[in-house]
Design a protein around this ligand. Structure first.
Ligand SMILES: [Fe+2]
Ligand SMILES: [Fe+2]
Length: 193
């Protein structure tokens, strides 16, 4: 799925469903961070008008996702907790290249975003197919479709705006790294936990 090397064990969905308040809090902040990441990409690469336009749409959409998750939290009488630390994304940040040329850092930032979209999409699929809560299963199915679109957008911009980075080769490195990394996750009630 989306080139991912390792699919999530469906039993992770049981862990997630055992603590919905926690997974929804973590999820809400994932959406906020996705919006923030899109805004940072816009601010740092404003010379590319098509990127500015498409990532503005993504930033808005991510905040709509945030709003939807917050609505669910409210409807169910839960509390939106503080932002959760995302160790998975922290490891991806460390893997990303920030010390080369401006273009190389830009391309890797796009691939970093594509990677998170791909795994988030996969995790939403696991939730949509395995949780017993019908309302949430439908909700996660819709989000899965949306994040798959974002994944494609980020990857396409990397291919379009590269100067001398071999995007397909670098994307393979991302997939290899992530495939190893994800093996130590899948045991916590967090979207990337
Ligand atoms: Fe989203
Ligand atoms: Fe997204």
């Amino acid at each position: 799925m989306l080139g991912l090397k390792l699919l999530t064990d469906p039993r992770w969905a049981d862990i997630a469903e055992s603590n919905l308040e926690e997974i929804l809090t973590d999820h809400a902040w994932c959406e906020q961070k996705a919006a923030t990441n899109a805004i940072t990409l816009i601010a740092n690469n404003s010379e590319h008008m098509d990127l500015v336009e498409e990532l503005t749409a993504i930033a808005i959409e991510e905040m709509q996702h945030f709003q939807m998750v917050v609505d669910i939290i409210k409807q169910r009488g839960y509390t939106l907790g503080r932002e959760r630390k995302d160790d998975y994304v922290g490891r991806l940040v460390k893997f990303s290249k920030r010390d080369g040329s401006r273009n190389a850092a830009f391309i890797d930032r796009l691939l970093f975003a594509a990677m998170i979209e791909a795994r988030s999409c996969e995790r939403f699929r696991v939730l949509s197919q395995n949780i017993k809560d019908k309302e949430l299963a439908r909700f996660y199915h819709d989000l899965m479709v949306s994040e798959a679109g974002h994944y494609t957008t980020f990857l396409n911009f990397a291919r379009k705006y590269t100067i001398d980075i071999d995007v397909d080769k670098r994307w393979k490195e991302w997939l290899e790294f992530e495939g190893e990394l994800i093996q130590s996750f899948g045991n916590k009630e967090a979207i990337h936990g």
